[in-house]
Design a protein around this ligand. Structure first.
Ligand code: C2E
Ligand code: MG
Ligand code: MG
Ligand code: MG
Length: 280
């Protein structure tokens, strides 16, 4: 029956589908416009040293300050931006903006580190290495203070090519972090292949620590990091109990709402000012 309709024959009009497609086209146009209008903003979430709880660096997290809808999280637009091929441009902007800001923070906090997330399309872009080199030169941020984060699924689009690109990035002096570590089903096999320096322990492990067996799972994940000589950073730490358990498990660094939420650059500058006034 469907075949009999053939090509070029109008299908029965479906108002719901039509509205959804129309809505999508509007959102796409809106995203392109927002990039031109500079509606994106970089928020920064502190990464703390678990002994002493001092902020030693930040992760840059993009936000869309939409003129009508207000501040939007990445979940509301990143997938669409990636599908539309806009992430190399958006991600390039985030990288430059965050590096420029981190270079400014060096005056207040020498050695302060910056983590920036990379998307699949950025990693797959042959211009990435030159772009990172150029951004570091323009902003003056020392390469050793930049950590590029990627998830396993991003790295796995083309494992051999990823290993080559990450190797070239490391030649620039930057470090590589595997994000959401432990959530991919075959993480272990890639740790040997990819030139990674840091693993960000996924929040699901941190949040499962209170459950029975949860602590031993978190401990096992940390043990894997240690075996491969990778520096662990725990993500999604939401309370003091989780922080102290991680400390007991010798996890050096952590990130989460318990310490601080992602915040605009001005608020992070204020945080660094307060921290500088505290006794070391
Ligand atoms: P991610 O890289 O794993 O970043 C951590 C996410 O966890 C952030 O969500 C952060 O706000 C959230 N988070 C931090 N502490 C806690 C906590 O204690 N509890 C809970 N439940 N969540 C916490 P956000 O900012 O919504 O970003 C979501 C994801 O979007 C990021 O996950 C990252 O994959 C992606 N993303 C964000 N900014 C960029 C970017 O500039 N480029 C690319 N390619 N991806 C980005
Ligand atoms: Mg990340
Ligand atoms: Mg993560
Ligand atoms: Mg994530």
């Amino acid at each position: 029956q469907a075949k009999a309709e053939g090509k070029g024959v109008a299908r029965r009009f479906d108002p719901t589908q039509f509205a959804a497609a129309e809505q999508r086209r509007r959102e796409e146009a809106d995203l392109c416009r927002a990039l031109d209008d500079g509606e994106f903003e970089v928020y920064y979430q502190p990464i703390v040293d678990l002994d002493g709880e001092r902020t030693v660096g930040v992760e840059a997290l993009v936000r869309w300050n939409h003129r009508e809808r207000g501040m939007l999280p990445p979940a509301a637009f990143l997938d669409m931006a990636e599908t539309l091929g806009l992430l190399p441009r958006l991600g390039g902007w985030v990288l430059e903006e965050a590096c420029r800001q981190a270079a400014v923070w060096q005056a207040q906090a020498p050695g302060f580190e910056l983590n920036v997330n990379l998307s699949a399309s950025q990693l797959g872009n042959p211009a990435l290495i030159d772009e990172v080199r150029a951004v570091l030169e323009r902003t003056g941020l020392p390469p050793a203070l930049l950590v590029l984060e990627l998830t396993e699924s991003v790295a796995l689009v083309d494992l051999i090519e990823s290993a080559r690109v990450l190797g070239a990035l490391k030649q620039l002096g930057v470090r590589i972090a595997l994000d959401d570590f432990g959530t991919g089903f075959s993480s272990l096999s890639h740790l040997g292949t990819l030139p990674v320096d840091v693993v960000k322990i996924d929040k699901s492990f941190v949040q499962a620590m209170q459950e029975s067996n949860g602590a031993s799972v978190a401990e096992a994940v940390l043990q894997i990091a240690r075996t491969f000589r990778l520096a662990p950073v725990a993500e999604g730490v939401e309370d003091a109990t989780q922080a102290s358990r991680l400390r007991e498990l010798d996890c050096a660094q952590a990130q989460g709402y318990h310490f601080a939420r992602p915040m605009p650059a001005v608020d992070l500058t204020a945080l660094l000012t307060r921290q500088a006034a505290l006794p070391a």
